[in-house]
Design a binder for this molecule. Structure first.
Ligand code: ZN
Length: 389
């Protein structure tokens, strides 16, 4: 089925104005004002989207697809994300990871969950490893996993400056970074080390030391950079040395800036917009520990917080294209996903239709409608409406 999307205001994320978009074979085949209708007999469905906005499908670089957590005991393991948790969030590309728990959870399971999501049209990639060093791998090495396993594109989230980290030395970190970098060169994949940053006083110190080596700065991709004010200040400066930094969605709290505050601060302070990514930590847990590391409570992350953040940024006065970039074009650039994160001819047909208030109307993944007119039309196997009691 071809789809001809007419008259929406398109953000690529650069604003393109009111144009038509033709989807064919899972790709964007044509973009332009008032495209002529295909010949009679063509299997094309036309959609009049006057008054709506089309943006790229969101790229979420950090999602615990199989569920994260477990720090508070086996009863605190988060269940896997269901398909509609992504489709209703407008996420069409997600990169799954393990987390603290690389012991009861496995890469084999994570890959299977990702493969299951891809069955329905979502592009679901994975990181090898977990919090730990040496990283858990499928093939025996980080390099082998990235080179041999199509779906594995990077390593992470490897934990630093956190009481849950395996406390790697600089040399151990460099070895992982070198493997990721070279494997990325060999395959054209992301080849980054996605680094979970904790609240520890050492902050980004190990990454700064790693920047003094031959390994390119883009290899080091710290996340949760807005979790406390000191880390956030360090992270912003790290972008001047060529690193991309990742903000995790969430509200302001007493420890650090929320995603909206952090992104506005970053852009208004004159840092390079092309070095900032945003991810959801969907399916991850947000544990609250006391000073002895005792768990006080736990929440769960949702991919829907990406679009919440975009709405918050626009409400604060940021143009939509700038609000979208960290979880579309910039994320795709860092991860070398050349057909993702943009509305362009030849790109994958991953699109989100929003209303004027930027609420999600439809999600199209690889040319397939997963959400239409505000409701899912494709469900995961165990979330079909007819299965609900
Ligand atoms: Zn993390």
């Amino acid at each position: 089925m071809l789809h001809l999307l007419r008259n929406a205001s398109v953000f690529a994320p650069t604003p393109l104005g009111a144009v038509d978009i033709l989807l064919a074979g899972g790709q964007i085949a044509a973009i332009g004002p008032k495209l002529s209708a295909p010949s009679a007999g063509w299997p094309v469905e036309e959609h009049d989207l006057s008054g709506y906005v089309i943006v790229p499908g969101l790229v979420d670089l950090h999602a615990h697809l199989g569920g994260g957590g477990g720090e508070g005991g086996a009863h605190t393991r988060v269940p896997p994300l269901q398909l509609t948790a992504l489709s209703l969030a407008g996420v069409t590309t997600t990169v799954g990871l393990l987390g603290t728990d690389g012991t009861t959870r496995s890469l084999a399971d994570l890959l299977a969950v990702a493969r299951g999501l891809e069955h329905f049209g979502v592009t679901a990639l994975c990181y090898t490893g977990s919090y730990e060093v040496p990283p858990h791998t499928l093939t025996g090495s980080v390099r082998g996993d990235i080179v041999h396993v199509d779906r594995i594109v990077a390593v992470g989230e490897l934990a630093l400056s956190d009481h849950r980290s395996s406390q790697p030395t600089l040399d151990e970190l460099l070895r992982v970074g070198a493997d990721a970098h070279v494997a990325g060169m060999m395959t054209g994949k992301a080849g980054v080390v996605h680094l979970h940053m904790g609240d520890g006083p050492r902050g980004l110190d190990l990454i700064r030391q790693a920047l003094a080596t031959e390994i390119p700065a883009r290899t080091w991709h710290p996340t949760h950079c807005n979790r406390n004010h000191a880390l956030w200040a360090e992270a912003k400066d790290l972008t001047k040395r060529g690193c991309f930094i990742d903000v995790t969605t969430g509200p302001d709290d007493e420890h650090g800036p929320g995603a909206v505050t952090a992104i506005l601060d970053y852009l208004r302070s004159g840092y390079d917009p092309a070095r900032l990514t945003l991810s959801s930590d969907g399916g991850g847990c947000f544990p609250d520990f006391d000073a002895d590391g005792v768990l006080l409570g736990m929440g769960v992350g949702s991919p829907a917080t990406l679009l919440d953040t975009v709405r918050g940024l626009v409400a604060a006065g940021l143009p939509l294209n700038q609000a979208l970039a960290p979880c579309t074009a910039t994320a795709a650039t860092l991860f070398r996903l050349h057909t993702k994160g943009r509305v362009a001819v030849g790109a994958d047909a991953d699109l989100v239709v929003l209303d004027q208030a930027l609420n999600l109307r439809s999600t199209i993944a690889n040319g397939r409608f997963l959400v239409r007119d505000g409701a899912p039309i494709v469900h995961g196997m165990f979330e079909r409406p007819d299965r609900r009691s």
